[in-house]
Design a protein around this ligand. Structure first.
Ligand code: HPA
Ligand code: ZN
Length: 325
């Protein structure tokens, strides 16, 4: 096999705020007068956390150093530069206006910062990126509704979808139907984190109640063979994040993770880094994981093809990207 590094890659499940490197985190903390404890940098991973709920807490602390649109520009540019060096041709990143507004930015100013970084990276490295706005489950239905309203009232060519992240177990799909019915009515593409911290029913609800076209993780469908069969026969793609799931101890190891079995059963699989420094993950590393689980070079390329085929961007962009694989 050629070096895995050379394989054209794509990623459609990464939380932009969570891509922040420790260097940028320290730089922004200093510039924005945020007092960060050194303990945050002293764990097994780049950022220290103990379990999934502690991860969500530390995530909010680390990302609270991002204060201005120019911070967002730098964050976006830095991540895309790193991806381009790994031969990533397309990134569809989740962003959070909720986090940005908590730090005093407006919806439009933060989005402009992101897009400026994206344009700069595209001009310098040729990497294409689009964005998905996330609602945050554990902030409740009103917060998610307001986020969706703002998205629908401010259309932007590079903002191509709406996602739902956060605490899947305690904030089930049925709380959010009003928001997702509206998004569906407006034909706005939807991806839902489901089948990560909760099981098959959460996946069924994401599809039937929230109109998900893609599943963030989705891997716990393996617990219900009928659901696996339904997904196999559907147009729904799984945004799997094996390293994330091993780090958060949903599965004990890569060998114990269902991604290879789901791939073998013919589900539409992509691999993704999720929250890279929190799990010491990279998108290139996820392709390596799949190679180690036995995927051939052609099969690795099929992961990239799936990511682009099921991306939420326009057809013209997809056609151009598919020619690069
Ligand atoms: N799961 C749920 N919510 C999240 C995650 C995740 O992996 N990362 C950031 N928000
Ligand atoms: Zn995620």
């Amino acid at each position: 096999m050629n070096s895995i590094k050379q394989i054209p890659k794509a990623e459609i499940h990464v939380h932009l705020e969570a891509t922040i490197s420790p260097d940028l985190c320290r730089k922004l903390a200093k510039r924005n007068n945020v007092d960060l404890s050194e303990d945050l940098f002293a764990g097994q991973y780049v950022y220290a956390w103990e379990d999934f709920y502690d991860f969500l807490k530390q995530y909010d602390i680390i990302t609270s150093v991002i204060h201005t649109p120019d911070d967002y520009r730098e964050l976006t540019y830095n991540y895309l530069k790193k991806c381009a060096a790994d031969h990533v041709i397309y990134v569809e990143a989740m962003i959070s206006s909720t986090h940005a507004k908590l730090q005093g930015m407006t919806y439009n100013s933060f989005l402009e910062g992101v897009i400026e970084g994206a344009n700069q990276a595209r001009e310098e490295f040729g990497i294409v990126s689009k964005y998905i706005m996330n609602g945050i489950r554990h902030l409740g239905p009103d917060s998610v509704f307001q986020t969706a309203e703002e998205v629908l009232n401010n259309p932007h060519f590079d903002l191509v979808g709406f996602g739902l992240a956060g605490d899947e177990l305690h904030f089930p799909a049925k709380l959010f139907t009003k928001t997702f019915d509206i998004l569906k009515k407006e034909n706005f593409p939807i991806t839902i984190h489901a089948g990560e911290w909760d099981g098959p029913q959460s996946i069924r609800d994401a599809i039937n109640l929230l109109h998900a076209k893609r599943l963030g993780h989705g891997v716990r469908c393996i617990e219900d063979p009928d659901l696996v069969e339904e997904l196999r026969n559907s147009d729904i793609v799984l945004e799997t994040c094996p390293t994330s799931n091993v780090a958060t101890k949903i599965y004990p190891s890569y060998e114990g993770h269902p991604v290879k079995e789901l791939f073998n059963q013919g589900l539409k699989i992509t691999v993704n880094s999720d929250d890279p420094p929190f799990f010491n993950a990279t998108i290139g590393g996820e392709y390596e994981v799949m190679a180690n689980l036995g995927l051939s070079e052609d099969e690795l390329k099929s992961l990239t093809r799936n990511a682009i085929k099921y991306a939420f961007c326009d057809q013209h962009t997809k056609s151009k990207l598919l020619k690069k694989i």
